[in-house]
Design a protein around this ligand. Structure first.
Ligand code: ADP
Ligand code: ZN
Length: 369
């Protein structure tokens, strides 16, 4: 079963192709490759998918070059950006060449930024192999690398020409990574689609068990929700900010955990969404039932919902967490901004939230509530 989602961005529009068994048929899902050079960027854990794609592309491209980068966030660096760009230049990349990023968010972000930069921009195809990358980074065109000042601080908006989300790749994805990707989907439902949230409560278990039809519908709905928001606001001036639900808290927790693997991004988002709901309740926006539904569902998916659920809690100092929130690039001057909830499916941006309220919910969460 094959589905697709249109990401409508004028002359930068593209399709996300979703289904099982797509990679061996990738030829029909990308622009014509006759006479063009193809580059495949992948990591050590996903190179089998890079090989499958290589065999397909070799049928038409003039040549196919493959590069493996080490897995992990450290690869989203100036050093690897340089390595990737110089690798393409070593192989006589031209403006007609095309880069395929086969992997999770790390490969996608690094590949997208390299494609945006080399020769001032070449075509780029994303082949996400994690659930997180399928439901999140495959729509929206954000790419970039990390610096010593923080994550994703250097990058570009560079839309792919096509995205191929082959659910067969998820068969080798560790269960913990699968759950972490699922958290971003719960976020999508919570911030803008109550019906989808209800669908998740019914079908989430099937998705996590890799049921092909549930999975295809899941990825399709997620991509549609995100595509609709991105089409309205490509450069994040307004509504796109709602996609940051749970992320101001989440980034602070990731920062404190040191990107060490103790806390995956999606896990931080799960705890962050619960904290956002707790803050919403405290400030009189949502009711206790909304918080409870969100927490119960995340828990049932095997995700952490309090700071206490995260290993190494002793090091989480509420004041330090608040301090790092001020450093988040999405914060404006004059106070902390949060995406809050009125109810499931109805989120908004609240500006200048008092620090005392933020500290109160952090303390609660550290105690495991
Ligand atoms: P994301 O930000 O999408 O979670 P990462 O690029 O950080 O992605 O990937 C998370 C981890 O999962 C990395 O170690 C990566 O190599 C590994 N990985 C990605 N896709 C697969 C897959 N399909 N099978 C097995 N491991 C994978
Ligand atoms: Zn996220």
């Amino acid at each position: 079963m094959k589905k697709s989602v249109d990401v409508a961005l004028g002359d930068r529009s593209y399709q996300v192709h979703i289904g099982a068994g797509l990679l061996p048929k990738a030829q029909g899902l990308v622009p014509p490759l006759q006479g063009r050079l193809a580059f495949i960027l992948t990591d050590e854990n996903t190179k089998v998918y890079g090989e499958t794609l290589k065999a397909v592309l070799e049928q038409t491209a003039s040549a196919v070059h493959v590069m493996h980068v080490p897995p992990g966030e450290e690869t989203k660096s100036f050093k690897w950006f340089e390595n990737v760009v110089e690798w393409m230049l070593d192989h006589q990349v031209t403006r007609q060449s095309i880069l395929f990023a086969v992997g999770g968010g790390v490969v996608g972000d690094l590949g997208g930024f390299s494609a945006a930069s080399v020769l001032r921009g070449i075509d780029f195809v994303q082949v996400p192999t994690t659930l997180l990358a399928m439901v999140d980074s495959s729509v929206g065109g954000k790419s970039g690398i990390d610096t010593r000042h923080g994550k994703n601080l250097v990058g570009a908006f560079h839309q792919p020409v096509s995205v191929i989300a082959d659910s067969d790749a998820l068969k080798t994805l560790p269960a913990r990574e699968m759950r972490a990707g699922y958290a971003e989907a719960v976020k999508h439902g919570a911030l803008g689609d109550a019906a989808f949230f209800g669908w998740l409560e019914e079908n989430g278990e099937k998705v996590l068990a890799l049921d092909p039809s549930a999975l295809a519908q899941f990825v399709e709905t997620n991509c549609s929700i995100k595509a609709t928001i991105v089409a309205q606001d490509e450069k994040e001036a307004g509504r796109r900010a709602l996609l940051n639900l749970g992320h101001t808290f989440g980034h602070a927790l990731e920062n404190a955990a040191g990107y060490s693997g103790v806390l995956l991004h999606g896990e931080a988002v799960a705890v962050g969404c619960v904290l956002a709901a707790q803050l919403s309740l405290r400030l009189g926006f949502c009711d206790a039932g909304t918080l409870d539904r969100l927490r119960t569902h995340l828990k049932s998916a095997g995700l952490p919902t309090t700071i206490r659920d995260i290993a190494g809690t002793a090091s989480y100092d509420p004041a330090a967490l608040v301090k790092s929130m001020y450093g988040d690039k999405k914060a404006e001057t004059g106070g902390l901004n949060f995406v809050l909830l009125n109810k499931i499916g109805d989120a908004f941006v609240q500006r200048r939230v008092a620090e005392s309220d933020v500290l109160a919910v952090l303390n609660q969460s550290i105690q495991g509530e």
